[in-house]
Design a protein around this ligand. Structure first.
Ligand code: FAD
Length: 615
């Protein structure tokens, strides 16, 4: 029987990133997936990134993951969202050519040393001595492993709904994964049911683009990968249109025929990616919703109408699409649909994404109750690194919520669980001023180098960048001006007697690097990249210092471990509701207790006092 250090089940976004991460760590890795030619398939929208999600992609890239590089190669429209707001909440986003995305993912996968792709369906997990030791495929083949990572996405017991019609499916065109779902049930894992939906796809040749507003990409496109500077292929514009009263009337009149509103679906859907039915019911006062018409590729006429995902019958989809300006003659090439699938309550996982009750098995992606390619890939990366570490009996790596969105997401999942598909937002991060997309490499690449998951090429590029940044900052800190000298050079500063460095001056919102470079010729030689990064670093320097103090105190308290049998019921002053929530969540640290829904600082103080007493 062939033995692998790590077996990854599923070649979606989580599985691909997991397999690459394990292989980069030197683990002999197998990626077992239903169809090798589906590696890199984007099940829903042809886009990567956005607010919060773009931060995740940058963090994946900082650890030498593949998602950012693939998205750059396939990107046909790049936009930095929130460009007019501060860098902390700006999110890189790219629309991707589906075919190029798939090709790039498959090319990088084929080129990755230590990684073998095996086409097949995993139907069983072998468990020996209380841990997972291998997998069985539908054709009877058996593979041994030190650790397995399950990333089965929307496939576990997947059911596709279009109106009142339903059929088994992992996504349109793919079989569901039923045998494995039964196996997870038999293992007594805490399973639940979620759902998500996708819009109809349109034939772009039948859209009247001439009447529609056009949205081009940015003039100075920003890439995902720290290794890339500019797009690889031709860039395109999207179209914009809107639903109207007529559209809403058609949908309202047919609500009972929608799979969700007709009562055919029990799973909970993503509140933040609502279907058009949801929007019309929840925002009844609105008479119009925006739709982005996104071409799916450079040589593909298919268009993804972003904003009208649905589970209405196909004929109702025809009607409401044709009621929309510019889409009167549009041909639907594939109807929208909803999909319901099993997920595992992520509170069953530890911070390495390993199942606490079944060592040797890691879970990543949609199976953990998340939604989105980026969330899936980020979890895949963490599971891949940890499975590879476990295979060689090394300590796991955990990502803190003080230093990454990856850490925020994993902590949220394992300590809070999910009540609806979880997606990333910048508002989920307490330390978002320091967790910026622009500094993901400064926060994480050194960790990756220490772990051994970063290539030589990236290490060299990173070290050269850090050397240049350090030299630039030291130069700026070495040039100091008295308030009078600063004023003489045209800078408005308090005449308070304090000398300020050029870096201090750069932290003033109304002093720019260009002004400083003009006034101080010593700074003229700073490269544009270094100058741009120093400007952002300086702007946030004061916040960063304050957040570092807050983060240090959070880390100190987060560290308090809560024993397995801790009696919340014995805590006077804690409400019964909170006692019940904490009993259910069983947080393992004080930090995790703080993130259980409804837990207040006062409640934490009570728990901390009890922990101190018991010490
Ligand atoms: P997937 O990309 O689903 O990949 C799972 C992989 O596992 C597949 O390659 C499959 O072949 C393989 N597999 C499954 N079972 C087995 C087995 N037993 N043996 C071997 N291989 C197996 N995201 C959003 O952010 N917003 C949305 O609105 C949204 N809507 C969606 C609508 C639909 C209809 C679908 C299908 C997805 C939607 N997505 C949406 C979700 C997005 O596609 C997923 O979040 C993302 O693809 C999850 O990545 P994953 O790697 O976890 O799983």
């Amino acid at each position: 029987m062939k033995h692998y250090d790590v077996i990854v089940i599923g070649g979606g976004h989580a599985g691909t990133e997991a397999a690459h991460a394990a292989a980069r760590m030197g683990a002999d890795t197998a990626l077992v997936t239903l169809r090798a030619d589906a590696i890199g398939v984007m099940s829903c929208n042809p886009a990567i990134g956005g607010l919060g999600k773009g931060h995740l992609v940058r963090e994946i890239d900082a650890l030498d993951g593949v998602m950012g590089r693939i998205a750059d190669e396939a990107g046909i429209q790049f936009r930095l969202l929130n460009r007019r707001k501060g860098p902390a909440v700006q999110g890189p986003r790219a629309q991707a050519d589906r075919k190029l995305y798939r090709e790039s993912a498959q090319r990088l996968t084929a080129a990755q040393p230590n990684l073998t792709v095996i086409e097949g369906e995993v139907t069983d997990l072998r468990v020996e001595g209380g841990r997972v030791t291998g997998v069985t495929l539908a054709d009877g083949a058996q593979l041994d492993c030190s650790a397995a990572i399950l990333t089965s996405g929307t496939f576990l017991n997947g059911v596709i709904h279009i109106g009142d019609q339903k059929r088994p499916g992992g996504r349109i065109g793919d079989k569901p994964s039923v045998a494995l779902a039964e196996r997870l049930k038999a293992l007594d894992l805490p399973l639940g049911r979620l759902k998500t939906g996708t819009p109809p796809r349109l034939d772009g040749k039948t859209i009247d683009w001439s009447r529609l507003e056009s949205q081009p990409g940015d003039d100075d496109p920003v890439m995902f990968s720290f290794l890339n500077k500019k797009p690889f292929v031709r860039q395109i514009a999207c179209g914009i249109t809107h639903t109207n009263e007529k559209t809403h009337e058609i949908i309202r009149d047919n609500l009972d025929r929608s799979a969700m509103y007709g009562g055919h679906i029990s799973g909970v859907g993503p509140r933040y990616c609502p279907s058009i039915e949801d929007k019309i019911v929840r925002f009844a006062e609105k008479s119009s919703h925006q739709i982005f018409l996104e071409p799916e590729g450079l040589d593909d006429d298919t268009v993804y109408p972003n904003g009208i995902s649905t589970s209405l019958p196909a004929e109702v989809q025809e009607d409401y699409v044709h009621s929309i300006f510019g889409l009167e003659e549009a041909k639907i090439v594939q109807p929208g649909y909803a999909i319901e699938y099993d997920f595992v309550d992520p509170r069953a996982l530890d911070l390495s994404l390993q199942l606490r009750v079944l060592p040797g098995l890691y879970l990543a992606g949609q199976i953990n109750g998340t939604t989105g390619y980026e969330e899936a890939a980020a979890q895949g990366l963490v599971a891949g690194l940890n499975a590879a570490l476990a295979a060689r009996d090394a300590e796991p790596v955990h990502f803190s919520r003080t230093s990454s969105y990856i850490g925020v997401m994993i902590d949220d999942l394992v300590s809070r669980g999910v009540t609806e598909p979880y997606r990333m937002f910048t508002s989920r991060a307490e330390f978002r001023l320091t967790l910026r997309a622009d500094n993901a490499d400064q926060r994480l690449t050194q960790t990756g180098i220490d772990l051994g998951c970063v290539s030589e090429g990236r290490r060299e590029a990173f070290e050269a960048k850090m050397d240049a940044l350090t030299a630039g900052r030291e130069l700026m800190e070495s040039i100091t001006l008295t308030p009078k000298a600063a004023k003489d050079k045209g800078f408005k500063v308090n005449q308070d007697g304090s000398r300020r460095s050029a870096f201090d001056l750069l932290s003033f919102p109304d002093i720019t690097m260009e002004q400083l470079q003009q006034a101080l010729p010593e700074l003229a030689d700073l490269s544009p990249d270094v100058a741009a990064q120093l400007s952002i670093d300086a702007l946030y320097a004061n916040y960063v210092a304050r957040q570092q103090l807050d983060a240090a105190s959070l880390k100190r308290d987060e560290g308090w471990e809560i024993p397995e049998g801790f009696e919340y019921s014995a805590l006077n002053g804690l409400s019964n509701e909170l006692k019940a929530k904490l009993e259910r969540a069983r947080p393992r640290t004080l930090g995790q207790a703080g993130r259980v829904d409804g837990v207040t600082p006062a409640a934490l103080t009570l728990i901390l006092a009890k922990l101190r007493q018991a010490k």
